[in-house]
Every structure is written in C-alpha cells, then in structure tokens.
Design a protein around this ligand. Sequence first.
Ligand SMILES: Cc1ncc(COP(=O)(O)O)c(C=O)c1O
Length: 391
Amino acid sequence: MPPITQPPEPFAPEVRAEFGVDPDLIFLNHGSFGSVPRCVRAAQDAWRDRLERDPIELIGRRIQSLLGEVKVKLASRFGGAPSEYGFVTNATEGVNAVLRSMRFEPGDELLCTDHVYRAVRQAMRSRAGECGAVVRDVPVPLPTLDAEALLHAVLAGVSERTRLLVLDHVTSATATRFPVEALRAKLPPRCALLVDGAHAPGAMPLDVGAIGAEFYAANLHKWVMAPKGSAFLRVRADQAASTHPCVISHFFGEGFEPEFDWQGTRDFSAWLAVPAALDFTQALGVERVMRHNHQLACWAHELLVRGLGAQPATPLDGSCLTCMAVVQLPESLRRFEKVEHLQADLYARERIEVPIIDWGGRWWVRVSAAVHNMPWHYEALLKALQTRAAG
Ligand SMILES: Cc1ncc(COP(=O)(O)O)c(C=O)c1O
C-alpha cells in the first residue's frame, strides 16, 4: 500500500549539488556525520587562510572576540545567552566535560534510557566508576503512543538517588524525539538534566534557554551543516562557574567563557565557519528546510512501514520524528546474521548508504531526510529491502 502522505517538493538541483555527494551514492545517512555544503567548506578554507596569514593577531589576540561573534549568532538561532555557549569539537566532548565537572558520591545514580548513544553511556560508566556511582538505563519501550508516554517512562526511572539524567533530545538508534521541554520542571531539584542534543539543532525549532536544562550538548555538523569539529555545550548561568572543558588550560578558574574559548592551540576554523552554515539555511529558509526534511522523513517512514509490513515504532503522524525515522525490518533479513553484513550488502550492490541497527533485540533501518535527498532514494531502499526479504 503506498503512503497516504505526500513527499515534499525536492530542493532545486543546484541546491542539492552544493553538497557534492557522489551522484552514484544513495545517501540516506546524513544523520551520522552530516554533509557540508561547498559554500560552508569555502568559508572554512577562507578562515584557515586568514588564520595562517596573521596567526598571532587572529589566534593570539583576537580569537576570543571572533568566537564571541559566533556565539551571538548561535544564541540568536538556538536561544539562551551568548555567554552560556562553550565550543567543543563534538557532542561526546560536551557530555564528557559535564560528567568530569560534576561530583558524584558512592551510591549516586546517573540515569539514561535504553535509547542512549553508546559513546555517551560509556562516558557515564567511566565517570560513575571513578566516583563509586552507578549508571542505570530506564527502559522506554517501542512502539510508543506519543511524546507523553515517552516522558512518563523516563520519569518512572528517576529515584531519590538520581543525581543526573542524561536524555537524548533525538535518539540515534531509534530516531525518536523526546519531549525535553516539559522535563526540567518535573524533575526533582537534586537531579541535574543534561540534554544530548546531538541531532537537534537544525532539525527542529530549538530554544535551549526555554528548555531550562542545566546542560545542553549539541553537534553542529549534522543538521546545521557546519564543518565537522563544530559543536557546543550550553550551560545554564548558575552552573557556569563549576563547569570546565575537558582540556584544562591557561584560564582555569577564570570563568566559563575564557576556559572554553581557550583549550590550547587548535584549528579554530570549524567554529568560525558556523555562521556560514547558519547563513546557508537562512538563505534557503530555516523553516522551509526543517519542514522539507520532516515531511520527507514522515513520508519515508510511512512508505517503509507499509512496504515492509512493519508496525510503526512511533506514530505515523510524525509527532515523535524530526528528520530521521526508523522502521523495523522483517525477520527474514536476519539471515544476514549481523546488521553490518546487511548494511554492507546494500552499499556493495545498490550503493545505498543507510544504517541498519540492532536495538531492543530487533533489527531496524534508519533513514535520514536532508536537503540533498529525493523521494526516489527511499523507494530504491524499499525495493532493495523487499527483494532481500523475499529472497
Ligand atoms: C544521540 C547522539 N549523541 C551523541 C553523539 C555523539 O556525537 P559525536 O560523535 O559527534 O560526538 C551522537 C552521534 O551521532 C548521537 O547520535
């Protein structure tokens, strides 16, 4: 049965070509590492040229004010105050900075869900182990009815020992959007909230100030389409003095901004090129890009659910989706034995790049919907999966 919803009108060929994705590749995994438009790469190259032309002036004397200008732009797009933004190179680093800055006692509990990103759980385990604390996963079963059901499941896991809740805004393995907006007010004050927003900026309307979490870690290389190595940690003002970057350098103890702005000599070009990425979506229309991607993800979700005869993990209305979706795969595909084998087979035979995920004892395919994607990409994936499932 074909989907009832309609796919959005694709972006113009010259916009899609900006990404330089191999035309022979059906690239359905923007969600992992993103894809940077040429104009943003050019802006990063231009920054590298400027930095090399006059390194002491730009890095030695002006880097803090240059980064300050980027933070003003970030705050005007994603909320909060510019001074609350610290640059990190990826979301994992932001999470680690928070974990290392917090003090935990033996018996304390660090809570996440069973949808958590593995690298984040490992960082939690490492820090908990150092302090004699424990990490606990609260199960949030799929399928889910709605956002409210997700929230209830998370809150059911919070105990009086929970000192930190780490919650994905959008999960990686299950592409599910958690309603973090209402959460802070429902948590006891002794439990800090770290939102892992690796997949959130650029994927949905976002106001980190309104969420009110103590900590919000996010990537900019995914849905903002900024260079790899650009990410931020937003820290609520009352937590700023006690939050330190992973790399302790000259300005330790002198405040959140100087500490995060200077973590040793490094290539600052990825962070400095973030405004070029913000300008790219501004020119296309920020709302338009998010609407396109969401509509395409919802349509692809329905296409795959119906075409594979799967039970949807989240409602078909897309209320728990942003610009990715997962669909459970038919049992017959388990003859590939490992998810990596099926993923490699799709890449080798049809040149389809798409993650196959083993979560909750079931196999899933996760599709991303980005500016460079077209409806036929998902139809090709469906055909490839149907052929294998039948054979
Ligand atoms: C939910 C989630 N958290 C954290 C990360 C870590 O991102 P990075 O590898 O850029 O640190 C990812 C990466 O995809 C993710 O999906």
